[in-house]
Design a protein around this ligand. Structure first.
Ligand SMILES: Cc1cc2nc3c(=O)[nH]c(=O)nc-3n(C[C@H](O)[C@H](O)[C@H](O)COP(=O)(O)O)c2cc1C
Length: 223
């Protein structure tokens, strides 16, 4: 397949879902659902980093990723709750860009996800003030040891199975939902005549953690 169809499909979300499924089958890519998340930093300067997509809600049209709410990205999103996500699957010749507003996931959803994380990952979430300076690796290790001891584990040996004591989610760590207001799908074509379609729609607030999307309009863009 070298194009997205003569007439742009009405809804990009099923195509994005299909692309994510195809990417998940890539055997030579350890994190097929990694994405570059761009936000706006101080004085309007762009910033970007890689995060992992943990869920795609095809019905409403949002991406979920998890992070520290007090990290640089967390603070940037607090100041301007808009982001852009870019996926690139080189082997498939595909790129997807998703832009729109960002809301924190409902607390219960973040709790449920946090509970599925390994003991070490939960300790690390507590131990790392993400994006803050640290004097040394030794200080970070010491912090992991303290956290392990606090939750009934064995300091110095985080590889042990989790002790029975529950490690609750820290309130400064959780999910974000990036709602698709615009989706651009790019498919590699012959002679650099790639195919690009940009879909956009209006979003209307629907409660604390969601939006309702209006109808999509699509236009094909020159490569
Ligand atoms: C493959 C990969 C996956 C990553 N996944 C996440 C993630 O899901 N959440 C996260 O907070 N950081 C993740 N990181 C680390 C971020 O890229 C980044 O270093 C960190 O979130 C701090 O970013 P900030 O200072 O801009 O907030 C990942 C890095 C890589 C290379």
């Amino acid at each position: 397949m070298t194009d997205l169809g003569a007439a742009p499909p009405g809804d990009p979300l099923p195509i994005l879902k299909q692309w994510l499924e195809r990417a998940a089958e890539l055997t030579d890519r350890p994190n097929p659902h990694s994405l570059v998340l761009s936000t706006t930093g101080a004085e309007g300067c762009p910033d970007a980093r890689v995060v992992l997509l943990k869920r795609f809600d095809e019905r409403t049209g949002y991406l979920v990723f998890y992070t520290n709410y007090e990290s640089a990205k967390g603070r940037q999103l607090e100041a301007l709750a808009e982001a852009c996500a870019v996926f690139h699957w080189d082997r498939l010749g595909l790129q997807a860009r998703i832009r729109g507003p960002v809301l924190a996931s409902p607390a219960e959803e973040s709790d449920a996800y946090f509970a599925t994380r390994s003991w070490q990952s939960r300790l690390a979430a507590w131990s790392s003030a993400q994006s803050q300076p640290v004097s040394s690796r030794a200080e970070l290790n010491a912090r992991m040891n303290e956290t392990a001891a606090r939750f009934g584990g064995d300091p110095g040996d985080w590889s042990r199975a989790a002790p029975p004591r529950v490690v609750a989610r820290p309130s400064f760590w959780g999910g974000y939902r990036l709602f698709a207001r615009a989706v651009e799908l790019w498919m590699q074509g012959q002679a650099r005549l790639h195919d690009r379609i940009l879909w956009s729609r209006n979003l209307e607030a629907a409660g604390e953690s969601s939006f309702r999307g209006g109808p999509w309009t699509a236009k094909r863009l020159q490569p």
